[in-house]
Ligand binder design. Structure first.
Ligand code: SF4
Ligand code: SF4
Ligand code: SF4
Length: 257
């Protein structure tokens, strides 16, 4: 009797975050159900609790490890996994929760928010790649479900998956005419990683860079444009770059002039 080929074991894990990226995966609907027929699920907390599994072929991690327990769990998952994918802005660049690290004395803020609670850890928020080795990142807040589906299927087939290094401006229906930045709106499209299809500028909202920055960006030119076209002060520019925790990544990816 022919034995069926072994299905890869997938784990989808959530650390501190809103779990919106997992919801985006559910939103694949029938495609997600079809995906489930090709794999064995080792862990998927939002869907069901499953017994402990010794090895994952692919671990997909959303969120950031804020507590010691989450960091311990992340390290165990890394050890058990052949491929680890960071899912969404929280896992890739820190996410909205990283804003607290950019706002001055974060312990003062902690005392303000939790005046009567003692013993809360308040470490700096770190992306998953700052804590363990990451093999692939799927950006966005939330992720683009079609991009996720394409990437995961390529990885399952052993093919090379790639997030193209082009700016949101290239996908923007406003490019060449009615560009929001030229109209004086603070749009980060020029330095932000495309792949979302530019839904924000298409709907008259500036791009806040939820997919994080491209590699080798000219940050100084972006800041100048925001200053002179959108009339922003330095602190206002910083605040836009902090919304998804991407500021550190923007600085890291900028080329020195
Ligand atoms: S990246 Fe955004 S949607 Fe995804 S888990 Fe983090 S906050 Fe939620
Ligand atoms: S509106 Fe924003 S994303 Fe679109 S072309 Fe202008 S700067 Fe780029
Ligand atoms: S346009 Fe910008 S903010 Fe909107 S989804 Fe794309 S990267 Fe995110």
């Amino acid at each position: 009797m022919n034995k069926e080929p072994k299905k890869p074991v997938i784990a989808i894990l959530s650390l501190t975050c809103c779990e919106g990226c997992q919801v985006a995966i559910f939103d694949l609907g029938e495609r997600f159900l079809e995906f489930l027929t090709k794999v064995n699920i080792g862990d998927f907390r939002l869907a069901e609790e499953l017994p402990d599994v010794k090895h994952y072929d692919i671990a997909i991690v959303e969120g950031t490890a804020i507590t010691k327990e989450q960091l311990r769990r992340l390290k165990i998952v890394r050890k058990k996994s052949k491929i680890l994918i960071a899912l969404g802005a929280c896992a890739c660049v820190g996410g909205p929760q990283e804003i607290k690290d950019y706002r001055g004395d974060k312990n003062r803020l902690l005392r303000y928010v939790y005046p009567n609670i003692r013993g809360i850890d308040n470490p700096n928020v770190k992306s998953v790649k700052e804590l363990v080795k990451v093999d692939f990142e799927i950006p966005g807040c939330p992720i683009n479900k079609d991009e996720f589906f394409s990437v995961i299927n390529k990885i399952l087939k052993g093919e090379k998956a790639e997030i193209e290094q082009k700016p949101v401006c290239e996908e923007c229906p406003r490019k060449n005419k009615n560009c929001l930045l030229l109209l004086g709106k603070p749009c980060l499209g020029a330095i932000s990683l495309a792949g979302c299809g530019a839904p924000c500028p298409a709907n008259n909202f500036p791009c806040d860079g939820c997919r994080g920055p491209r590699k080798k960006i000219n940050l100084e030119a972006m800041k100048k444009a925001l200053k002179y076209k959108a009339h922003l002060h330095d602190n206002e520019i910083e605040m836009i770059m902090e919304r998804f925790g991407e500021k550190n990544e923007i600085i890291k990816n900028s080329i020195k002039k």
